[in-house]
Design a protein. Structure first.
Length: 303
């Protein structure tokens, strides 16, 4: 079976997902960036440009952020026509796959049935590495953030939360974006920059807490990777995050209040041994993800 994974972009969680499928699948899978190269394949598995995701994102903002019009109105109206067209086009597809329960539920309201297949994590690469030094009373407490440096990801909320935490707390920020100067200027944020995916475990394993106070997510791989390292997660209730961390087993759900974020970070570090984030992450493996995807391919080939 010759399969085309069509995804025009080269970054983000979907890029990681397509890369893992290509690497691990038993079939001949090729990632295609240009739609003109889609001829000659038995199956075309398209991730397209995800305009529907942009509309879903903006709908999330409209529900949860009072300053939606200030932050995202241009984004919303830019993608609205394309999103409506994509919803129409999705109804013509043989199969639609949802990446999260939240996305699946939203599509269902639009009259589109989909099969749920979440992402996975490499548990051999992302694994716990407890640092004994971190247990000392005056040791530095490390908060890790991984994501685009923009307000949509809530990096500004994390920075404000850090102002409410004791001096031993430092946030290590991994990523790039428009808010890079803002991050670099904050005394309690340690800007790491963009790092390769292979280096992410190095930072996750040394973290006391992973924090993602985002306004919009689907099924964030960064949360899953932190959990696989047995690191408690502090995150907002967007996408499938609550389903993933099952508070308080894997961490806490926070609001968009910097005070609340800071309080949850303190709770997580003070009760570090009560969490079972690693155990929860074991439900999600790349092999399970790929098995489900391949089953759909096989079913369509046999039809």
């Amino acid at each position: 079976m010759k399969v085309a994974l069509y995804y025009p972009l080269t970054e983000g969680g979907v890029s990681r997902r397509t890369s893992e499928i290509q690497t691990r699948s038993k079939y001949n899978v090729k990632i295609i960036r240009d739609a003109k190269e889609l001829e000659g394949f038995d199956i075309v598995h398209s991730y397209a440009d995800a305009y529907v995701g942009d509309i879903h994102t903006c709908a999330t903002y409209l529900r949860q952020a009072k300053d939606f019009l200030n932050r995202r109105s241009k984004h919303f109206f830019k993608f609205l026509p394309k999103g409506i067209n994509e919803l129409y086009q999705l109804k013509k597809f043989d199969v639609v796959i949802s990446r999260s329960k939240a996305e699946q539920g939203w599509l269902k309201k639009q009259g589109i049935k989909s099969k749920l297949i979440t992402a996975g994590v490499d548990h051999d690469t992302f694994r716990p590495l407890r640092i004994q030094e971190a247990n000392k009373e005056n040791a530095e407490k490390k908060v890790v953030f991984v994501g685009r440096l923009e307000k949509a990801k809530g990096v500004h909320l994390l920075s404000e939360a850090m102002d409410h935490l004791p001096k031993e707390y430092t946030a290590y920020v991994i990523g790039d974006g428009k808010m890079k100067p803002y991050v670099e200027a904050h005394p309690k944020l340690e800007y790491i920059g963009t790092v390769s995916h292979e280096r992410i475990p190095f930072f996750m394993q040394k973290a006391d807490v992973f924090c993602l106070p985002s306004y919009t997510e689907c099924f964030p791989l960064s949360v899953l990777e932190a959990m696989a390292c047995d690191v408690p997660v502090i995150a907002t209730d967007v996408g499938d995050i609550k389903e993933m961390i099952q508070p308080p087993k894997g961490g806490y759900i926070c609001s968009y209040s910097p005070n609340d974020i800071a309080e949850k970070i303190l709770l997580a570090t003070e009760n570090r041994d009560m969490f079972t984030a690693r155990d929860l992450s074991l439900r999600y493996t790349w092999q399970s993800t790929i098995n489900k995807v391949e089953k759909i391919w096989e079913t369509k080939m046999d039809a």
